[in-house]
Each structure stands twice: as structure tokens, then as C-alpha cells.
Ligand binder design. Sequence first.
Ligand SMILES: Nc1ncnc2c1ncn2[C@@H]1O[C@H](COP(=O)(O)OP(=O)(O)OP(=O)(O)O)[C@@H](O)[C@H]1O
Ligand SMILES: [Mg+2]
Length: 719
Amino acid sequence: MLYAHQNFCEISLISSSALSEAKPANAQKASGRSSGGGSDSSGGGSAGGGGRRGGRKEDSNWWTRLQKIPWDDKEFRMYFLSAAAFWTTVGYYFFFRNAAQEVTWKDFVNSYLSKGVVDRLEVINKRYVKVIFSPGKAPVSGYVWFNIGSVDTFERNLETAQVELGIEGENRLPVVYTSESDGSFLLSMLPTVLIIAFLLFTLRRGPAAGGRPGRGMGGLFSVGETTAKVLRDEIDVKFKDVAGCEEAKLEIMEFVNFLKNPKQYQDLGAKIPKGAILTGPPGTGKTLLAKATAGEANVPFITVNGSEFLEMFVGVGPARVRDLFVLARKNAPCILFIDEIDAVGRKRGRGNFGGQSEQENTLNQLLVEMDGFNTATNVVVLAGTNRPDILDPALMRPGRFDRQIYIGPPDIKGRASIFKVHLRPLKLDSSLDKGTLARKMAALTPGFSGADIANVCNEAALIAARHLSDTITQKHFEQAIERVIGGLEKKTQVLQPEEKKTVAYHEAGHAVAGWYLEHADPLLKVSIIPRGKGLGYAQYLPKEQYLYTKEQLLDRMCMTLGGRVSEEIFFSRITTGAQDDLRKVTQSAYAQIVQFGMNDKVGQVSFDLPRQGEMVLEKPYSEATARLIDSEVRQLINTAYQRTHALLSEKKAEVEKVALRLLEKEVLDKNDMVELLGQRPFAEKSTYEEFVEGTGSMDEDTSLPEGLKDWNKELEFLF
Ligand SMILES: Nc1ncnc2c1ncn2[C@@H]1O[C@H](COP(=O)(O)OP(=O)(O)OP(=O)(O)O)[C@@H](O)[C@H]1O
Ligand SMILES: [Mg+2]
């Protein structure tokens, strides 16, 4: 049986704390969010252009011109609103300043009433009195007004004043009662208006925001709209930027060809597949491949993220799926890419906690939509995930995702091509040839994913910049690899001489054990400079190997145990430093017995081992088997330990030599080892040329099959 073996550039770490896998962090670039409304705003500027030409014409198409105003553009909207608010304020200010002037009762009586210039009084809302002057006699422009306590008092005061001034009968001032909106009502509404505005604002800003350009204001009602983006020619990733996964690339190109030239296939009676799912470990280029497709396919590319379907509102998920497919059909022929589909595609019926059923509904809707349109609709659905194992089987069946494209970690040729891609923008030392360097680096980085390689190239440039180097040299690349594998070098961490000695003998134990074990990986470098992930490390060059024999696995186990054995032989005491080694050995032993059926007593069986972080409620085997497995594991490790002990006891002098040299130089490479121990008794491969020997070609095969030569062009078919 073939099994995938994760041989990530094997390193053995000596560490005092529980450390995780030597897996460098992903250097994932955030994908640029395309700005919404970009296409609309382009029209805004041209609107004024034709304005000079004859008023008539201008008037007749004012509506079209109005439509061209980029209302969707956030900045425009903000400017527009602030300008409106400003002018309103200014307007109010002038209006009130000019028109009205407040006076006191006394002023009113002395300056106006006694002079006989008043025509009538208007009591407004029982609170203010507006004084209206007789025409032509107004002493001030506009009108004056004053406050009154109550209508009763006002009437009484007016009566008294008129009596005192001797205004009688006919001449008495008429008083009119009116009510007018004076803004206080609006003022009292203000808090409510503000709250509503705020709610609408947050809703728009929230999940529904950033939606499709051109949809205008949706507010609360747009949560059910899809958040997918339609990309056309705005992605600058091309297929030449994706390397090391030629097969996957071909498959995707074929999908584009399906859309462009369906006849080529339909003539032979073939149906066009509806979708493909890209699976594989993180950082192998799934999203990148999709981006490249968007960049080159010449068909609309709709992209959406699996998590965008899940929302706190019930029913939003399915509604968005529906809307997404409506959008896709409108743009057909097109490609629809759902990244990280495991967010919605999780297996159904696994406990119904809270959001679970909502997710199931979303999935059901997705299943319906993918089935619902026929092949003539010309929508191809691509999806990306790195957990295909948790996806619902119904989603994966042919008819929905017809093809499953696995993008694994790149092999040595693939890595060389990926290095070439990422070396392209770098300023290298003139003595370095990009092709040669790429091959050399590919040989040094087994198990690296595309993202790791991108990270190495970037780190090399950063290291060069740190040392104010004009160009990037090979040394910078080597440092970058070390950094990516082992973590940051800790110059300040001072080890006690005693500890340093232990680390040196530990690493020497690994190195010497590996040197004399046939199936152990060739050593590349041993170092006892403390790094982020451990106190010392030995780096090996594992072969690109997919099948291992029992003997090979045993040799690897023995080499991993070499560190602890050496400590035991030289110091008769052991330290905590071997924890990482022991974990690896235990894992390997369990895998051999439980998964690979390599033990006679347990027999030819294979059970799933729990993954890291998974909860195991029930073992798939009986208690008796469990006990047998445990004892066999212990025995296997014991055998390996004894074997290593015997080997290193025999080679004690060699271990000592290596350890002393290590203490002196801190870093040993293969040449030092040859100098100390003589040639390794087994043939080994270490260069690119040796690794790729016998695989047919020196580089990746990037040729296209006949039918895909013009994959993104529409062909003229002759009938
Ligand atoms: N095959 C490749 N060729 C060139 N560059 C690659 C390749 N694979 C990965 N990379 C680099 O790694 C980065 C991350 O890759 P990408 O986003 O495609 O990973 P992914 O497979 O989608 O991972 P995940 O499963 O975590 O989403 C890319 O931006 C690119 O720089
Ligand atoms: Mg991805």
C-alpha cells in the first residue's frame, strides 16, 4: 500500500520543553481585496465632459448623467454628505440671523408699541410672540419676537400696556394665535434618528458590506446577498507564477478550456464536468492556482470564502448560496471558486449544537444548487480545502465535484521550479545563476511546501538587507533555510559549559549513529548554536521516498535514539533534551504496529491513529489488543535502543571526536564529518543531479497536451 510519509526535512532537536513539529509558519500573503465600486466610479469623471454642448441635450439626459454619479463610491458619498450638512447649517444660520431679532417686553412696549408701528401680534405655539410691523413703517428689517411665560399673563400685560399708552378700541392690536413647527419636534426626534442611522450603518458595515459593487444601498435587507466578488482582469497572478503542481495546473486549464471550447468535448459525446475540488496540505498553492486561473482564464471568475456563508442570522447561509449561484448563472460561462469549503461542507449529522443545523442547511442548499443547473449552464465550480476528510460525501460525489485534484508537497523538481518563480524578483549576486541556485536549494529543502519556499526566498532577502548587503548571496539563502527550519539563532542564550557539553555529545550521537546506519538519511549539518526551536539540531537530507521497509524505519528510529544513547554512554545520566526524539520514535513505533501491520503478533491490521488534537472516545480495537500493541511498541523501541547502544559503544571514540570538534566549532557540515570519520560506508545522494537521476528529465515536465495548447482562447471550429 502506498502511504504518504511526511518527511519534512528531518531534523532532530534537543530541547528542554515540549516543542511542536519543526514546521515553519506560513508566509501567506493576504489576498488583495478588490475595491468595491471601482467599475462604477470610472464613469463619474466623464459626466461633466459633455456638459458644455447645448443645454437641451444636457437636460434631456440628466437622468443618465445622474446615474453616472458614483453613489457607491464611499469617498464620494462622504464628501457629498458633509457638503450637504455644511450648506444646510450655513443656510439656517443666515436665515435666522437676518430674519429674527429677540427683544424684551419692555423694548417692545417702549420702542414699537408706543410708536404705533406694529400691525399685529402673532402668538406662536403659545410660547413666542412675533411682532409684525405695519407695511412701510418697519423700524428694523424682518421681524422681532419675544418670549412669553403664558398666554394669560401676556394678554393681561398687553391690556395694561395699551391702557397705559392710551390705545383704545379700534387701535388696539389684533392678536393672532398660530402654531408653527419650530424645530423642537425635529430636535426631539434626533436621538431616534441617530439610533436608526447607527443601526443601518453597522449593518452595512458588517457582513453585508463590501458586497457586490453596483448593488447600492441594501441595509438590513442585503444580508442574504452573496458576498462573492466577480473578478475580471484585476488579478496579476499568472500561471507562470505557479510551479511544482503541473498536473493540477493542467486539470484547471482543462476546465477553462471546457468553458471556452465546449464543442471540442461535446463532439465526442463527453459531458463537461461541473466542478473540481483542490485538496492538499497548507501552503501548496491551492489558492494561488485559483488566483492564477482568475488572472488568465478570460472568463469571469467569482470568488467567495466558505466562511462567508456563516452568519449569526438564521437562514442567511442558504440565502447567500442561492444568491451566489444566481450571480454565477448571470455571468455564465464563468468559474466559481469557493475557498476553504470545509467551513460549509462539513459532514452532516454530527451532533446538533447551535450553529450546526444552520451549517447543514447551507450545505444542503449548496448540494441542491450544484445539482440544480445542467451542464449547459457552463458554470464550473472549483473549491479549495485542506480537510477533504471532513467533507460531506454527498458534496464530493461525481456530478458535483467530479474531480478531486490533490496538490501534494512538491517533489525535488517541483521545488526547483518554485524556487525559480520566487527567485525571479530577487537581486542575486552576479556569480549566482538562478537556475543552478534553484536546483541547489531544491536539494536542500526536502518536504518544503510552496509557501515555505516563498518564505525562504523572502527571508534570504531580509537577511541580506539586515547586513546591508547589495545583493543576495548563497550564504544568505543557507541562513534563511536554517532559520525557517530551526528558528531564530539565539546569540544571547548562554548555555552553561556543562549543558553545552551534553548538547554536543547528544548531537554527535545522532550524527555518528546516522553515519554508520545504512538506511539513515545523509547528514547535512550539525549545530549546537541554540535556535528558537531547540538547543541544537542536526539536519539531514531525506530521500524523496514514498515506501519504507521495516529495516529503513528501524534505522531511522535508531538514529533518532542516538542522542539519548550517547548521553547515557558518556555521562551515565540522561537529560530532558531527548523529549522531541522520543516523541518521534514513539510515533513511528505505533505507526509501524497499528497502521502499517509490520508486527507479527499484532498482525496485518491497520487502525487509524488519533491525529493531534483529536479526541478519542473509543479505541477501534479491544483492550487485549491495546495491551498487546503497547507491549509490542515498548519491545520495538527497546530493540532499537539496544541496537543503538551497541553501535555507539563500538564507535565511542568517533562520537567523542565529533563531539569535541562540535564544542570547538559549534557547526559541523558533511566535509568535517568526512574528515573526522572517513567516507561514509554507504553510497548516498545529496545533489540535485543525483536525486533526479533516473526520473527521466532534469526539470519538471511543463508541456501541454495537444488539446490544451490554446486553452484560454476561443477556437473557431469548422463544421
Ligand atoms: N506551487 C507554488 N508555486 C509558487 N508559489 C507557491 C506555490 N505554492 C505556494 N506558493 C506560495 O505560497 C503562498 C501560499 O500559497 P496558497 O495561498 O496557495 O496556499 P494554499 O494551498 O491555499 O494553503 P491553505 O490550504 O492554507 O489555504 C503563495 O502565495 C505563494 O507565494
Ligand atoms: Mg488557501
